[in-house]
Design a protein around this ligand. Structure first.
Ligand code: ACO
Length: 365
């Protein structure tokens, strides 16, 4: 039994935050950001995470020609929940009318969608469910420290989803390598997100980022390229068999370094980082949707999806695409209209920031 990807859909908030916009609030420049990261702009959401994810989910369901009521499992990959209890997946279950579906959230930071793809595929392969909706969605902007140029230029908001259905054909996720550099977990920590900050007189989400960019860069290249080699080896595939790499997109230089180590030319790597920056868990599924829209995914193609994220988690997924590369239907689901600019939306985030989070990493300190 396999788990074919039969539907896909994305939802990008409309407000665009350009590098030039950022240079009006931070000591940075378009030249620096483009040269060091490849990022030109990113999106800032005017709606909560659940709204972005719902629209992406409805589009993925329409693409698969499946009614929400038939979905048996919802996996919501994210690290920027609207709420931790109740979880995000149950909100999607309610809104799409999947009354019988199991629903859980999964958080491995930027790799959450790919880890979700693994768990959902495994539950289909073992016959626990017959189909699944896997979401990668992220609302980083409310958690961003907009005064910190080291990180504020790197991230954006977005969401995307895929539908998986049981199939006797060898398609969908064929093999993956999952891993984590736990010893390096302190090189990326967002202070202010999590239980250690609860009931301490602070508002949830007042954040400060502990972020060692160069060390993350090195580990990202090492983790993604090693996992890619291992995932391909598990199915006996060679780099030349890979038709398209759809990687996690945090920095163009990281993507180029991984492609070089995996021995796949950049012409066969799909890049979106210039448009959206790093959307964490939403990055890979949004890129997958756009690769399909642009006709870059051929029927029967072997895709490679390497990722890394906080933790530091890393992984690579080898996916065999099925016969269909076009949508069966379209959804009428849309975000509510937005009147405000991205800079105005960020100013709202800044206005909510009234107290700094404590520097300590000790629980209950
Ligand atoms: N604008 C202008 N200058 C800047 C900016 C900025 N936005 N940010 C940093 N600088 C400065 C630094 O202060 C430093 O100045 P100095 O030399 O006077 O000290 C200089 O630029 C060089 O900084 P470096 O950190 O050496 O720059 P580097 O080339 O390493 O690029 C970057 C930094 C882009 C962060 C890179 O290391 C990177 O992409 N790392 C990976 C980070 C990442 O993608 N993390 C995502 C994980 S997300 C997740 O899992 C949730």
């Amino acid at each position: 039994m396999h788990a074919a990807i039969t539907g896909w859909g994305k939802c990008l908030p409309p407000a665009v935050l350009s590098n030039r916009d950022l240079s009006t609030i931070l000591d940075t420049s378009d030249e620096w950001i483009v040269a060091r990261t490849g990022i030109r702009e990113r999106r800032i959401s005017h709606v909560p995470l659940g709204e972005l994810a719902y629209v992406a989910a409805m589009r993925a369901l329409a693409c698969a020609g499946l009614d929400g009521g038939r979905i048996e499992l919802i996996v919501f990959g994210s690290c920027s929940y609207d709420d931790q209890v109740p979880n995000m997946a149950s909100g999607i279950q309610l809104r799409i009318g999947a009354q019988e579906a199991a629903a859980y959230d999964i958080n491995t930071a930027c790799t959450s969608f790919l880890y979700g793809l693994s768990t959902a595929t495994a539950l289909i392969r073992t016959g626990v469910v017959r189909n699944a909706l896997v979401i990668g969605a992220e609302l980083i902007s409310p958690f961003m420290d907009w005064g910190d140029r080291d990180v504020a230029v790197l991230f954006g908001d977005g969401a995307a989803a895929v539908v998986l259905e049981a199939s006797a054909r060898a398609e969908g996720l064929l093999a993956e390598k999952l891993g984590c550099y736990g010893e390096a977990r302190e090189i990326l920590r967002v202070h202010g997100m999590g239980g250690r900050y609860a009931n301490r007189g602070m508002l949830y989400g007042i954040t400060r980022w502990q972020f060692e960019g160069q060390e993350i860069f090195k580990r990202a290249v090492q983790g993604m390229s090693g996992a890619s080699a291992e995932a391909l080896a598990r199915i006996g595939a060679r780099p030349q068999d890979v038709e398209l790499v759809v990687p996690h997109q945090a920095n163009l230089r990281i993507i180029e370094a991984v492609a070089k180590r995996v021995h796949v030319p950049m012409e066969r790597v799909f890049v979106t980082v210039q448009r959206y920056g790093n959307m964490s868990a939403a990055t890979v599924p949004v890129a997958l949707c756009e690769a399909l829209e642009e006709g870059r995914v051929r029927a029967g193609a072997l895709l490679l999806m390497p990722g890394f994220g906080g933790g530091l988690s890393f992984c690579a997924h080898a996916v065999r695409w099925g016969e269909r590369t076009t949508a069966l239907g379209a959804s009428s689901a849309e975000l509510p209209p937005n009147e405000r600019s991205a800079l105005e939306l960020i100013r709202d985030c800044l206005a909510r920031k009234t107290r700094p989070a404590p520097a300590t990493t000790e629980p209950f300190a």
